[in-house]
Design a protein. Sequence first.
Length: 329
Amino acid sequence: MTVPDVVTVGEAMALLIARTPGPLEAVDAFERATAGAELNVAVGLSRLGFRVGYIGRLGQDSLGRRLRTFMAEERLDLRHLAMDARYPTGLMLKQMTVDGADPEVDYVRGGSAASHLSPGDMPAPDSDFGRARLLHLTGICPALSRGCRELAFALARQARAGGHTVSFDPNLRPRLWQSPAAMIETVNALACAADIVLPGLAEGRLLTGCEDPAGIARYYLERGVRQVVVKLGPEGAWVAGAGVDAGVVPGVPVPRVVDTVGAGDGFAVGVISALLDGLDLRAAAARGCAIGACVVQCRGDCEGLPDRAQLAEEPARCGGTRTPMETRT
């Protein structure tokens, strides 16, 4: 047993992807895959050679057993993944699109095993998971239930108290919240408990009331966040914060967009992996853009995530100035 480089917590879901275009209600054939923002990040970091611990719950059902097998094959540390005999595994259905548009998605996740996570699932601060270099959180886990919300905040407090880095991707899911106001308040509170925040431009506008990426970044920096990367889609990303000259890092053009779902998670993989490698924030955003570009060219959420050899095939997209990753003290 070893200390993970990264720990994350969330809901891993079974994914059914439509095999033919059109509205989901008209589709008769699907292919099975995996879904979940935190799972995508965990898989991406593991493929790049990092030790990744996953905190979660799956149903003790066929979907859950299949997911656990997949996660084990991706070499995730599953010491804190529980198999729940009472509640089911979450399920997501995704439309096939042919024009690069965002696909329609349906969720079957109410009352899922993951929604019953609570602070009782939190590793001790002196455990292997409690000593991980980086904790990655998203705004999805706290939307699932009160227990999930309490767990996410408790993990952030514990990581901060231990001097470890916390990264946060808002990953807004309005359908999971009672109201937009509750979503904005909770997500912003968790964002301000992090060192690195990774909002999309539309997310940042909704969360902060600021229209431009510089204003969005400034909102979080003024509230104690150390570094902010605002995702701008094909245009790249805006970076700001400690140790970096604020400005745009250009995106990576792709010949064809196949599926946009998971692109933001791939971006997070790039940023987090580069910072763990000792690159500066601009280089980290460049790697995020590169991996996000890989993801949008593939169907499925994890299929486009590269390993080290694939990442090295285009070093110009992944290089940069090496500096130590900053952590709170």
